[in-house]
Design a protein around this ligand. Structure first.
Ligand code: NAP
Length: 476
């Protein structure tokens, strides 16, 4: 249960930056405070809300996207306003937000990718999987990216759910993709793709894979792709076998190993494409001159570290795998915001349970909080953000109750007026609703959930219409 604000009746203005799951769960928690009036203004650099639910969840996972219905309920609360197309650091600074709100909660996620740090990583044809995800999901930042799918083999580096998402997207047939909200440019490119073999490389073994069992099992349902696992790869080394037999092993790990063993025992059906899951392989170098031609990989073995972790230790066995496309799927990474203490090691803002901390004084920065991936790193499923947001809101409300929140100099409306006078075209929730209606309308006759607008100017045209819906107009 959230603590109650003791100063009942007091109005709190809170800015939540980021409109993905962490942002919306934060808003929901704030709006459920019983004895205080909390106004939540949610800012997003895009004109569209829902964060990775719109731009990250794979298009063939429509059920996962249904979570946005809960966010819609929050967005129509009378004390909630959405201000899209507003980027902190570009349209408004953190210092300005801090002067106009009692508290600012950053729920900005992790918008870039981790690097492998190997030669050839930047060759044409080697891409961050996160870029590929943004591209097929119609994120405006990636609408003009080009992925050359004219080669036969793609290598996906990494063993998380994103690796399985991108492997699946490369393997789905045009028929399977037709009923999804995949961006039109990606639908066309994927339909014309020559990729027949997708090799997914895990640096550790089957018992250490980060993907979840539902996603692993789903690979068997692909209409025109066989799943290939070498029986040798699912023979566990002594450390993994001991781990699997111990209480420390999770149901997910046990299931993953079981499913992979089933895959290894199956014979191929001669489908047009293949997803090959290989384990204990680390890329050493991406080879090519003008573009990717191969990846040099080293075979690893599992070693027990002094801390008790099972790590990948390279052997002398080196192999070269020819490939035309490499998708590096080794995790997302948060980026700093000017004025906020960032931990470059963990790529999160310095924080304690959601309170942003000044590392020099080891004291909280009054009125500044974080939730979601920028607080705890890029892990967990969508629902993980609910608990995470609740913890942050509890700290914020404790600080409010103890009068530790700074008093703003001016009102949020004054800030919005100021931003508009500087030329920021703020998209309200009503503006987003216009985009949403338009996209759904385009999709209806095609039997698709929506046809996404992928360019900022198109989005703004639909959101703002002929007249600019000023922020002060009720947004719901
Ligand atoms: P992730 O789950 O953290 O997986 C990252 C993978 O990259 C791990 O297998 C990791 O191996 C590997 N890796 C890291 N550094 C590497 C290196 N230098 N060389 C080779 N491999 C390396 O990250 P993600 O797949 O980006 O997913 C992010 C989060 O979103 C996860 O919590 C995921 O479950 C979630 N997600 C969920 C869904 C869904 O529910 N359907 C879909 C997409 C994403 P090690 O384990 O050895 O470090």
């Amino acid at each position: 249960m959230s603590p109650q604000i003791s100063s009942a009746g007091k109005r709190l203005n809170v800015a939540v930056v980021g409109s993905g799951p962490a942002g919306f769960y934060t808003a929901e928690e704030l709006l459920s405070v019983a004895d205080a009036t909390v106004q939540v203004d949610m800012l997003d650099r895009l004109a569209t809300p829902w964060g990775l639910v719109r731009a990250g969840v794979a298009p063939d996972h429509p059920k996962i996207k249904l979570v946005s219905r809960a966010y819609e309920r929050t967005a129509t609360h009378s004390m909630f306003r959405f201000f899209g197309n507003v980027e902190v650091g570009v349209d408004v600074t953190h210092a300005e937000l801090a002067r106009h709100y009692h508290a600012v909660v950053y729920a900005v996620g992790a918008s870039t990718d981790r690097r492998l740090g190997i030669p050839g990583e930047d060759l044409p044809g080697s891409h961050a999987a996160t870029d590929f995800v943004g591209w097929y999901n119609g994120h405006p930042d990636f609408a003009d990216h080009v992925f050359d799918l004219s080669g036969r083999r793609a290598i996906v580096v990494g063993n998380g759910n994103v690796a399985l998402d991108v492997a699946r997207m490369l393997a789905l047939t045009p028929g399977e993709l037709a009923a999804t909200d995949t961006a039109d440019h990606a639908l066309q490119a994927l339909a014309a793709s020559s990729v027949e073999e997708i090799v997914v490389l895990g640096r550790r073994g089957p018992a250490q894979a980060a993907f979840t069992s539902v996603e692993l099992r789903e690979l068997a349902e692909l209409a025109d792709a066989d799943i290939v696992v070498d029986a040798v790869d699912v023979e566990l080394d002594e450390h993994s076998a001991a781990f699997l037999a111990s209480d420390a092993a999770t149901t997910r790990t046990r299931r993953n190993v079981e499913i992979l063993r089933q895959y290894a025992a199956r014979s191929q059906e001669g489908k047009r494409k293949r997803i090959i899951l290989r384990f204990l392989m680390s890329p050493l170098e991406i080879l090519g001159i003008d573009g990717v031609t191969a990846v040099r990989v080293v075979r690893n073995e599992i070693a027990l570290s002094t801390g008790g972790d099972l790590t990948a230790r390279p052997t002398e066995q080196i192999e070269t795998i020819e490939a035309d496309l490499v998708l590096r799927s080794i995790g997302y990474r948060g980026i700093p915001i000017e004025g906020l203490p960032f931990d470059p090691q963990r790529a999160v803002f310095h924080n304690e349970a959601g309170r942003v901390m000044d590392p020099r004084t080891a004291k909280p920065l009054p009125g500044v909080y974080v939730a979601g991936w920028v607080k705890r790193g890029p892990s967990g499923i969508i629902g993980t953000n609910k608990k995470c947001a609740r913890e942050t809101v509890e700290r914020l409300l404790e600080d409010a109750a103890d009068c530790r929140l700074p008093e703003p100099d001016a009102t949020p409306d004054e800030l919005m007026t100021h931003m508009e006078s500087r030329g920021t075209k703020i998209v309200t929730y009503r503006g987003w609703a216009a985009i949403d209606t338009h996209e759904r309308g385009l999709g209806e006759s095609l039997g698709r959930p929506r046809v996404k607008l992928v360019r900022r100017d198109e989005m703004l045209t639909h959101a703002l219409g002929g007249e600019h819906p000023l922020f002060s107009v009720r947004t719901t």
